[in-house]
Ligand binder design. Structure first.
Ligand SMILES: Cc1cc2nc3c(=O)[nH]c(=O)nc-3n(C[C@H](O)[C@H](O)[C@H](O)COP(=O)(O)O)c2cc1C
Length: 332
């Protein structure tokens, strides 16, 4: 790796009051906000989202990285919840479609892919019964909706708007510290070289209700999945994650890519800071949603970038995989 490139990047992408110039945005060159697979088979995700509620505080307290999965099935409703928590549309503001997770400049450079290993498509009760009101805003008129820029007030407050009281105070955590332990033997998925892990036995179940295993892209606007390719990619994705075997047993593995240009259009090289922050927010949402659904998850950044890129079919420069998360039924 290029020595000191990180320090140089950090230094050279700083905002410095004395040298900062006003932003001039060329809206004619604003990149597309939404990626599409127009010819793809789609999997409609069930709506509305009808799952037992869980208190936010409990979900925060109970979240732990979980790497051992039972292999039990995940429902399409659960997957729908996870997708929605990641980047689902939650509000419309003018032409913008705002999402569950925040994004610098509302530019949404992150695309969500999911490798489906084991998801059951059987209809959920919510589909069969009278549907409660949808928590989602109605779809944009005329399809694309959202990215035509009319006004572009900076989504960041100016320094004079201040920080509005979010100064953090230190307060003793009500939750056990790692050293107090949970007796959980789980540690980092260990990025130590190929062949170290014993792969689990081949999953034999071939349930007609299963969503065809494969690589899918989240169509944010329509809350559905677009099939990029079908097949069992569980071992490929585990291998691309430095042989982290949890990806084989997981029901699904999220891969987040960044379309850097969406953010660079406004922020230049500083955009590379923001896309990773965006991805962190998205992954945190998925982790909490998993807890609320009784599932376990683990964030994954130990990955062979271009192996991941090949799995989802992106070029690794204009768009590249930056983060992953495995989700599954926790093995007790
Ligand atoms: C950016 C990031 C990357 C991570 N990458 C991995 C990974 O590749 N493999 C893994 O097993 N855990 C990974 N983790 C999970 C951490 O090991 C875990 O969060 C940490 O040990 C604290 O444990 P907790 O999540 O249970 O609180 C990652 C976490 C973060 C935030």
């Amino acid at each position: 790796m290029t020595e000191h490139i990180g320090e140089e990047f950090q230094e050279r992408t700083k905002y410095v009051r004395e040298t900062m110039r006003p932003m001039e945005l060329d809206f004619a060159k604003k990149p597309e906000t939404f990626k599409r697979y127009p010819d793809a088979e789609t999997v409609e995700l069930p709506l509305p989202m009808d799952v037992p509620p869980m208190e936010l505080w409990r979900a925060l307290a109970e979240r732990r990285s979980k790497r051992k999965y039972s292999g039990g099935s995940m429902t399409l409703m659960q997957l729908s919840q996870l997708m929605w928590a990641s980047q689902g549309v939650t509000a419309r503001k003018g032409e913008y479609l705002l999402r569950a997770a925040p994004s610098a400049g509302a530019l949404y450079p992150v695309e969500t892919y999911v490798v489906i290993n084991n998801v059951t498509a059987s209809p959920s009760p919510a589909k069969e019964e009278a549907a409660p009101p949808s928590p989602l805003p109605s779809p944009p008129a005329g399809g694309r909706g959202g990215e035509e820029e009319t006004t572009s007030p900076s989504p960041f407050p100016s320094p004079s708007e201040g920080r509005g009281g979010e100064e953090e105070t230190t307060s003793p955590s009500p939750f056990p510290s790692p050293s107090e332990g949970r007796g959980d033997e789980e540690t980092d998925g260990n990025a130590s070289g190929k062949g170290e892990f014993d792969w689990p036995a081949e999953e034999t179940a071939n349930d007609a209700n299963r969503v065809p295993p494969g690589v899918y892209h989240y169509d944010v606007q329509n809350h559905r999945l677009e099939c990029v390719k079908t097949g069992d990619f569980s071992r490929d994705v585990a291998s691309a994650a430095l042989d982290q075997v949890m990806c084989v047993n997981a029901n699904v593995v999220f891969l987040w890519t960044a379309v850097f240009e969406r953010s660079k259009w406004k922020y230049g090289q500083r955009a590379y800071r923001y896309v990773y922050l965006d991805a962190g927010h998205i992954a945190a949402h998925v982790a909490l949603a998993a807890v609320a659904l009784g599932l376990g998850s683990c964030q994954i950044a130990a990955l062979f970038d271009d192996e991941c890129n090949r799995i989802v079919g992106v070029d690794g420069t204009r768009e590249s995989t930056i983060y992953m998360t495995s989700v599954g039924n926790v093995r007790t």
